[in-house]
Design a protein around this ligand. Structure first.
Ligand code: ZN
Length: 351
């Protein structure tokens, strides 16, 4: 079967090659791959900066934003042929640590977890793939065109889950206004969930035009591109979800929080860039205002269920508009390019 693969650590090694059919040890549910979302992590893996192949394989099948249709599933597995499904990305570590033992493998403590398409397990970027029933999520059939958005949605379902838990430290606290920085797929999906919660939502991005402001306004969110100081000054958010990973922006946000504010960081920054910050002023702000800053990555099965509900409740036309390019598997190189007006690029697997 054909699969999009890389040799991890080797830039320029991405190629569609013939790979063996998925091994039954990878799970009882056999799935025809429909489509794959491409994200920043995939770009890092393709650039040779990240990623690990499974033991015994030179190549890693890429892809963790999956969508497929069940071809075969054993009786009693909860799945039947024709079901629209998504595979969970992470698997718990073998020890397991306290987090993995409780099903919260997204918070793994020892780093020995594995991830489909990223770390020591083949991904979902192939014409067929297998998955264990316990890590397979059934989607509403209406999501056949957009279901590959589930995995990025789970990242925000988790972020909101943790914002709620942190917010409960004070019984009177509630989210009032939300500022999301970055109007890529992660930022827009963060805003989608906020809108579904009837919150006042503000989105900040550098793009003055193109699909991002259109998508923000179509949600009913206010779009800002005038810089973070003015955005925070005008909307006074008590929750900020940071989705750019731009170090300067993160520290600018930390300097201007509102009392009892919560800042959730979801963007991964490149290292090695230095900037001068007034650490004392930031510490003073966080302490004197009882602020919380926390990081959030990955998602567990609970967040996949929550994410599936978010997608079903969303406007199908808006979800479709998030996908700005769809590229067939043969032209994979185009899917791995970054174009100026890209929001989400999808590789079609032909299954
Ligand atoms: Zn663990």
């Amino acid at each position: 079967m054909r699969a999009l693969t890389v040799i991890p650590g080797q830039a320029g090694s991405a190629a569609v090659v013939d790979m063996p059919e998925p091994d039954p040890s990878e799970g009882d549910v056999l799935v025809d791959g429909l489509a794959l979302g491409i994200c920043g992590t995939d770009h890092e893996i393709v650039a040779g900066e990240y990623g690990w192949a499974p033991e015994g394989s030179e190549r890693l099948i890429l892809g963790h934003e999956s969508l497929g249709r069940v071809r075969e599933a054993p009786q009693g597995s909860g799945f039947v042929s024709g079901d629209l499904v998504v595979g969970v990305v992470r698997r718990p570590d073998p020890v397991p640590c306290a987090a993995c033992a409780s099903g919260e493998f997204d918070m793994c403590l020892n780093g020995r977890y594995t991830e489909r398409g990223i770390k020591e397990r083949h991904g979902y970027g192939s014409e067929r793939w297998r998955v264990e029933p316990g890590y397979c999520v059934k989607l509403d059939p209406a999501l056949a065109e957009v279901g590959m958005l589930l995995e990025p949605t789970t990242i925000l379902a988790k972020a909101w889950d943790h914002i709620d838990r942190i917010g409960r430290r004070a019984g009177w606290w509630e989210v009032r206004r939300v500022l999301v920085t970055g109007a890529g797929p992660i930022g827009l999906l963060a805003a989608l969930i906020a809108v579904q919660r009837d919150l006042e939502v503000h989105l900040l991005d550098r793009a003055p035009g193109g699909p991002k402001p259109r998508l923000a306004r179509a949600l009913g969110a206010e779009y800002h591109h005038e810089g973070i100081e003015r955005a925070i000054g005008s909307c006074q958010p008590n929750v900020i979800i940071e989705a750019t990973g731009v170090g300067q922006l993160v520290f600018d946000a930390l300097r201007q929080t509102t009392p009892a504010g919560i800042i959730c960081l979801t963007g991964v920054s490149p290292t090695g860039r230095r900037l001068t910050v007034d650490a004392g002023a930031i510490n003073r702000e966080l302490v004197l205002e009882n602020d919380v800053v926390f990081g959030s990555v990955n998602a567990n099965n609970r967040h996949y269920q929550a994410g599936a509900e978010v997608l079903v409740a969303a406007d199908p036309a808006w979800l479709t508009a998030l996908i700005t390019r769809r590229v067939p598997l043969d032209r994979y190189a185009e899917a791995l390019e970054s174009h100026r007006d890209d929001v989400k690029v999808v590789l079609e697997l032909g299954g």
